[in-house]
Ligand binder design. Sequence first.
Ligand code: AMP
Length: 286
Amino acid sequence: MTGNPAIIRNVEALRRHTADWRKAGLAYAVVPTMGAIHEGHQELVRQGRQHASRVIATVFVNPKQFAAHEDLAKYPRDEPGDVAKLGAAGADVVFMPAPEEVYPQGFSTTVSLTGPAKAGLEDRFRPHFFAGVATVVAKLFLQTGADVAMFGEKDYQQLMVVTRMVRDLDIPIRVIGVPTVREADGLAKSSRNVYLSAAERRQALAIYASLSRAADAIRAGQTPQGAARAAARSLTASGFKVDYVAARNAGTLAPPRGKDEPLRLLAAAWAGKTRLIDNIAVQSSR
Ligand code: AMP
């Protein structure tokens, strides 16, 4: 079904809606987003429909995952556009709570994380980010009671953090990672791409290109650390301010130790005032 999704703004109404689905024996998926919906989010909704009979997309720009200096106030918002795009992709419900609904007066509880959340990647540059993400995601899982949750590999560390949290807290939901949706030239689709000037947009290609070269180099026998360092140098040469390029264990995000572990290459870099992140798998050569 693709059409007009129901717009729900409070948890009570959401629970009434999902109770009907439960009674009818329907499994449902949740797709958490911050809005500014693009093809990447729409793919999560479509994949959600492959794994469940109904899909709830959530749109909430979570103040707790932005630091004071970050772009909370100017984060792109377009409610009618978001609802139309989520509906077109097949969402049955768009849950759009107000901040007061999510964080009532006196809110005092936060999910505390180690492991992949402290891998020294995003967490090094955004120290409060994953606690904010995990807290709101745990709430969304409890509010929706969904059977499956769709997350993009685009935010790979986030996917690992949420997967770990669900396991550690026995939250009865299956977390499914969806491969990154890219522009034709390889740039990962992102709500933040609208901030890029024409020149920065051209420059931005270098991220995926340099990660792909590094993955090839590792497959050809270069050390993961050496390949990551070369990718960082090439990004700097393309005009980026590099936060990190790293090769990590694909599951734990710990630095690689042996020869035969699955690896992920992850990068974050600034094109002008816009911070871009991307990552790719390094398939083993065997
Ligand atoms: P956001 O609202 O951008 O924070 O992202 C909401 C969800 O969409 C997260 O699970 C992201 O990983 C996912 N997502 C964002 N961009 C993409 C993309 N290009 N491809 C696949 N998933 C994405």
